[in-house]
Each structure stands twice: as C-alpha cells, then as structure tokens.
Design a protein around this ligand. Sequence first.
Ligand code: BGP
Length: 479
Amino acid sequence: MAKGLLKDFLWGGATAANQCEGGWQEDGKGIGLIDVLPYGPDRMPVAKGEKIMLDCDDEHLYPSHEAIDFYHHYKEDIALFAEMGFKCFRMSLSWTRIYPNGTEDAPNEAGLAFYDDVFEECLKYGIQPIVTLCHFDLPVALLKEFGGWKSRKMIDCYLKYCETVFRRYKDKVKYWITFNEINMLNHLPFSSCGLMVEEGENGQNVKYNCAHHELIASAKAVKLAHEIIGEDCMVGCMLAGGSFYPYSCDPRDVWQAKQTERGNYFFIDVQSRGRYPNYALKWMERDGVVLDWQEEDEQILAEGTVDFIGFSYYCSRCDTADPEVSAKRTAANAFRTVRNPHLQASEWGWQIDPLGLRITMNDLYDRYQKPLFIVENGLGAKDTVKDDGTIDDDYRIAYLREHIRTMIEAVTEDGIPLMGYTMWSPVDLVSASTGEMSKRYGFIYVDKDDQGKGTLERKRKKSFYWYKKVIESNGTELD
Ligand code: BGP
C-alpha cells in the first residue's frame, strides 16, 4: 500500500446524467438545458450563450437525448465498475427527472425511484455514490420563466429540489457536490448554468449576480444537507481546476496569470471561506456591478462553507501580458490558454501535464486547508476496435498512470489530505464541449458514433484491466 494513501481511499469514476443517461423524456422527465444543446457547428455558440435555442428542432442532432442510454444500462455499467473494484461512483442527478419544470409542488416519483434503483445497485457492490446536484443541467422551463440564475427565485427552486433528494436519499448518499465546475460560468455561460445576456445588459453585472445566486444556493444547500442527513455527510464544491502558470518570469506575465487564476478561484473562495474576497469586490466596483445583496446573505455564506474541495484536472494553463504570445492559444477544457512550449497536447489540444496535478493540489491545499477530492481526470482520445474486438488504449493508461503517480506524491511527499480520485469517465459518453462520442474517455467502450449510430454494446478496453490492478493495489502497482 502506498505510504500515506488512505486505507479507504475512494477510487472510482465520474459521469454526469446529461452526458450518459439518455431517456430524455422518459417517465415524466422534463427538458433540461443540455437537451437543447445540439451537436455540430451551433453547439459552441449556444454553449457560450451567443446564440439562443431554447427548443429542439428537426434539423439538429441532440446527443443527450439518448447519450449512452445509462437509463437502461445502469445495472450493466455498475456491474462493470464493481468488476474494476470501484469504491465510489460519482454521478449527477438530472434535476428535470425530479422536478420536470422546476416549479411543481410535488416531485416526479418515477424520477426519484430511478435514482433509488441506481444507488441500491451501487451499494449492493459496496460502491459509495458521490452525487453532484447540478452538473450543467437545469430545467429549461426555469430559463423561460425567470431567465435562470439571473433571478433570485432560482434559489428556492434549487433548494426545494435539494431538500427532496436529501430527505429521500439520506441513508444512501453521504457525499454531495452542489454545482459542477462552478467557474465554468466564465467560459461556457449557457451550458454551465443557463446564462443568457440580453442586449443592453451589463454582461459583468449579469454574470456576478448569477454567480451570487448560485453561491447563496450552494451555501444553503450545504447547511440543509447537514441538518437533514447529519454531520457524517460531506458536501463539497467543484472547481474546473488546473493551475495557471505565467508564460515567463516577466512580472507582468506573473501578474496576468494571477489575475486570470483569481477569476476561477473567486467562486470557491466564497464557497470555502464563506465571504467574498476583496479582489472580487474591487472588480465588481470597477465593472459597475450591483449585486443583489440581501441582509441575510452574509450569514448564509458564512454558515454554508463546504467540507471539501472537489476539482477536475485535465491540464494546466498558462497566461501572459504580451499580446503577441497571447494570440497563440489552445483549448484547455473550455478555457483558451496560451500554448505552453514545454508540454505536448492531446488530439483535442488539451496540454498534458501530470506534474501540474501535483502543483494544482498544492495550490488548492495551501489556499484552503480543506481535504481535496479529485473528481475528474482523464484523457479524451480516439479509440480503435481491432478485428478481434480488443481495444489497446495504451495512451490512456500512460496519461492516467503519470497523473496518479504525481497525485500519490502530493499525498505522500507533500502531506495533502486527499479523499479520493474519480477518473473521468469510466465509460465512454458524450463530450460536454463538442457533443462527440468519438472523444472517448472510458475504460469501457460504447458502440456509438458521433451521428448517434451504434448498438450501445459495452466492451472492456485494455485500461479496464490496468485500473482494476491500480485499485486492488491501492495505487502501488501503476505499471
Ligand atoms: C468537464 C466536465 C465534464 C466532462 C469533462 C471533459 O469540464 O465537468 O462534464 O465533459 O470536462 O470535457 P469534454 O467532455 O468536453 O471533453
């Protein structure tokens, strides 16, 4: 056993309802934001809120509608997770399965029953569910009615949903996450939380008010979870992580990188410390932001701080003050980052930086001193099924091996308390950014292509057997 890794370290994998469930209108489910996000050239403009499409049409393909049909394959998928020895499974609830429009008085029993079945299936194998309440997914009806998180009314809708699921699943779920990658509001404002800026509105004002409502909702949810489920439950925040490096040691680059990084930390600074950081208050003052600040908000934020820092890590990022260097950017999980000449990139341009995970963990722990949880890390790559049906994904094994190695070093050499590691995603699913199926992450291959064709058959890749060994050895056998 690796010295320092917890004996009951939570090894597992992470998915999200909107990218795997399908069954988009089954058993009373309402339409979620992600259900109107098309595949193809319109996807990014819609995801960024530049183009508004709140209804589906016949011209577009909508990957979430069937996704990988986890809705009907969950038993098979969870059995495969159990075969790899998972200790936990991070998943999200689809808000619209439970409150189809978000404003009903009573929840949809069929939706609640589905998650009962999923949790029972996990617990049968001793797999702890880690549940994200809102992973890029909210009722479209709330967007149409209130304009989404721009409105303070969203807080009550969210809390009603939280209260329902906390009461229903209190004996089955002990780990919760309030919002997935809350800082994604900066990068994909529509797909992350339904933000639409209308003409004439101050974009910064809308953004910060939207964030404020989410932060109040998150704090209230943390408190409520502890009241309903008890003190043994843990509620975390979730950052789209990856430290920012200055492109050079020019102080102007250092300053620029710090500022950009703060734009992401801002959200979890509030969730973790229970108050707004001074730099953010100054930014809002500068940008003419008038926050919907109610008298009780100070206390709500202070009383609802998170128990752990959840974060995703795919790559590090880089920034510069030099406009010429700044023009050469590449993708970094929806962020556009300056290309780092020291790193190689994935087929989608995300720069591969295992040591960056250790750096990010240290940065986060230095900043918050709360237990960390790596709730996403993985490599999106094209896989080939050979004639004999096998899939040799050595590139994925290499990526994960090096990241897990530095993760263990952060624990054993730097003393960072780490609750667990859920790799994204144990089973191939729809890519959040591109809507592709061919951007595969899984240990388990799913027969489906970008056009939505395929049998949905599941197959174990080479990495499946590798990860099983990693878990069995608690991280000592990585080769
Ligand atoms: C994170 C999201 C996930 C997931 C992952 C990979 O930002 O939380 O939902 O999709 O990134 O990104 P992509 O699917 O775009 O490759």
